[in-house]
Design a protein around this ligand. Sequence first.
Ligand SMILES: Nc1ncnc2c1ncn2[C@@H]1O[C@H](COP(=O)(O)OP(=O)(O)OP(=O)(O)O)[C@@H](O)[C@H]1O
Ligand SMILES: [Mg+2]
Length: 392
Amino acid sequence: MPVVVDPDPMVVETLLAAMPAGAHGVESVDRLNAWLNSHSDEYVVLLGPTLTDGEAVLTCETLRTNAPTISTILARESLDGELLAAAMRAGARDVVHHSDAASITEALNRAYELYVALRGPAGAIHMSKVIAVFSPKGGVGKTTISVNLALALTEKGARRVCLVDLDLAFGDVAITMQLFPTHSIEQAIGSEDALDIEMLDQLLTRHQDSLMVLAAPPHPDTRERVTPLLVSRIIRTLRETFDYVVIDTAPAFDEQVLTALDETDEVVLVTTLDVPTLKNVKVAVETFDALHIARDNRHLVLNRADDEVGINADKVEGILGMPVDAQIVSSLDIAAATNAGSPVIVSDPEHQLSAVIRQLATDLAGEMVGGTDQLTTQSEAEAKSRRSRRRK
Ligand SMILES: Nc1ncnc2c1ncn2[C@@H]1O[C@H](COP(=O)(O)OP(=O)(O)OP(=O)(O)O)[C@@H](O)[C@H]1O
Ligand SMILES: [Mg+2]
């Protein structure tokens, strides 16, 4: 996926908006190097306009020798001949004006084509989406939404969905789906460097052919031993084979959840109508800014939206500075479905929650669900992703 480097968060935000979902932003060349060290499959780096010409050219030069399969693109405020010559000498693949989204897109596509050519036809990457369901508050409906969303994606035609329970201390995805896992993420502990899909496959619990679950450990103290590196490797490994990876999270910004948010393409942020929750959700939104999660990739869900507590959806939008994308009513059926281990979307397809979650699945999946050819080249899929984002 493309990586953008620029010290100005606003610039990073703007550049990321012109890029495919999953593009990542960092604020310095040092952070870029750290990122590339742990993400060996990156293929293009976009150097933003706030970096000096000297710094940008030097970075191209360094990457040309240290990571020759990574293309570098310079996004500059002005394009003079001297800079172009220096950039080309340093091995830059393209130099574009920073506000010319079409040229940026073309440059990214060229970089990807080169990458596929270098890796050979087998290097075409399986396109998938990672969706994290998050709230800094407990009990607001994260697990309910994650489980129903994963099922909605399969309903819509996704053939391979994996639901990951990253509420490592108190995960309850399995019980909510009446599953009895024999393995969990616990058996992957210590395998940071040896992890592959064959190994992970052994740890998954089957819900139905199209939906697998990576369960949380049975004991809360195991959480400490699940390192952020392991979390990142698990997500990256799963996204190589699954069409969608849905991640249920713990109600905290712990290091495992932060790592998952860093790896995610789309975040579903869940809130209810109480002031303490809204206060914490506001902090979460600020953290998303710091993590450079683009606004287009954030989806706010208001749960228990009809509670008469003196705050309504308009007020929530004002407080959080973002639109409410979906509203779920309070309903005893939802709590009863959790207790019965039978998700609402299956037990009551006509329920308001079922309709809302189906629509959310459509919004998140864009054009990629239900296609007959899920294994597509990244440039095709990225172009699709950009087209669907522009329509929003
Ligand atoms: N709209 C709703 N109406 C009625 N009950 C709901 C609704 N949404 C969630 N619940 C119930 O509230 C309880 C908590 O929901 P859930 O487990 O999904 O929250 P959570 O955010 O995952 O909690 P935790 O932070 O503890 O993991 C469950 O029993 C669920 O059935
Ligand atoms: Mg939960």
